[in-house]
Design a protein around this ligand. Structure first.
Ligand SMILES: Cc1ncc(COP(=O)(O)O)c(C=O)c1O
Length: 294
């Protein structure tokens, strides 16, 4: 199904699937629309921690049995916003088994599958046999084709769920302005070679940020995909909101506190690769100077 950006489908999926009393399993930290749309649908949010020790993949075995019994929907997002983590095929296989075993719909939000670095290729959950029965996967033209403002996304997977979305949308909106669809078709069917150069630009920014943050005392992995660097604050700093506010006031560099993405984001900050390379360079110089000056 075509969507007015994947965000529209993500929000509406919660409305068509979740009823009051249902539990929705939401990655923490995670893209805020998963929990916001669940709350608006009247569902109970259960935060599934994404922790560095598990490569920011959820520990599905740690979810309590009584929660699993009432859970209807599990959100996943790889390559991940905000952590930059990626999923393995083994993990995706486990997810499909988990969905079958507990009769839980999987919603995989995958807008960053084509923003990869260092030869890495992000898999689709739909590559796993049987995934299309138990899951729905979202993608978007926003990140792959730099078309965020154009509002064009899509979802594939379980046919009944796609139908529910279609019926809901048919009363909610009247589709995308046709020329935007035509632009999307041109983007998808045109020469794809430019993506490599675009990803190299992101990689250059990623490397500047990773190097700068390490010099500044942060702890972090080098992300293989997506447009974010997720870093644990320097030793002794635990309040990400206060830390980012101080950094903004004292250096003029704006970063996002990890708690914006959930309680497990405490002690982290996120930097996006969406700023021009020379500005990124300047920002990192300021952060290094600021932290070394303490
Ligand atoms: C994980 C994730 N999902 C979905 C979206 C929304 O993308 P779209 O522009 O397709 O609505 C974003 C945008 O930031 C995102 O980071």
């Amino acid at each position: 199904i075509g969507l007015i950006g994947s965000k529209e489908g993500i929000f509406n999926l919660s409305q068509v699937i979740l009823n009051p009393g249902d539990v929705v399993l939401v990655p923490d930290p995670g893209y805020p629309v998963y929990s916001a749309s669940g709350i608006i649908a009247g569902a109970e949010i259960y935060n599934v921690p994404l922790e560095s020790k598990n490569g920011f993949l959820p520990d599905l075995d740690a979810i309590p049995a009584d929660i699993l019994q009432r859970a209807k929907l599990l959100w996943l997002n790889y390559p991940n916003n905000p952590t930059g983590a990626v999923a393995t095929m083994d993990f995706f296989e486990k997810v499909v088994l988990f969905a079958r075993q507990h009769r839980i719909l999987i919603a995989h939000d995958a807008p960053y599958t084509d923003v990869c670095f260092d030869g890495y290729n992000a898999p689709s959950l739909m590559q796993i046999p049987g995934a299309r029965e138990v899951a729905i996967e979202f993608n978007s033209l926003s990140k792959t084709y730099n078309m965020a403002g154009w509002r064009l996304g899509m979802a594939v997977g379980n046919a009944d769920v796609i139908d529910y979305l279609f019926n809901y949308k048919s009363q909610m909106d009247s589709s995308t302005f046709a020329p935007i669809y035509s632009a999307g078709v041109a983007a998808l069917t045109g020469d794809q070679s430019w993506l490599e150069g675009r990803n190299l630009t992101y990689k250059k920014r990623r490397d500047l940020i990773v190097k700068g943050l390490r010099q500044a005392g942060f702890t972090l992995e080098t992300p293989k995909a997506a447009i974010y660097v997720w870093a644990a604050l320097p030793k002794g700093e635990i309040d990400s909101v206060a830390y980012c506010a101080r950094m903004l006031e004292e250096t003029g560099v704006s970063t996002t506190p990890g708690t914006v993405y959930g309680p497990h984001g405490g002690g982290y900050l996120r930097i996006s690769l969406g700023t021009a390379t020379d500005r990124v360079e300047q920002a990192m110089q300021r952060i290094v100077k600021w932290t070394n000056g303490k």
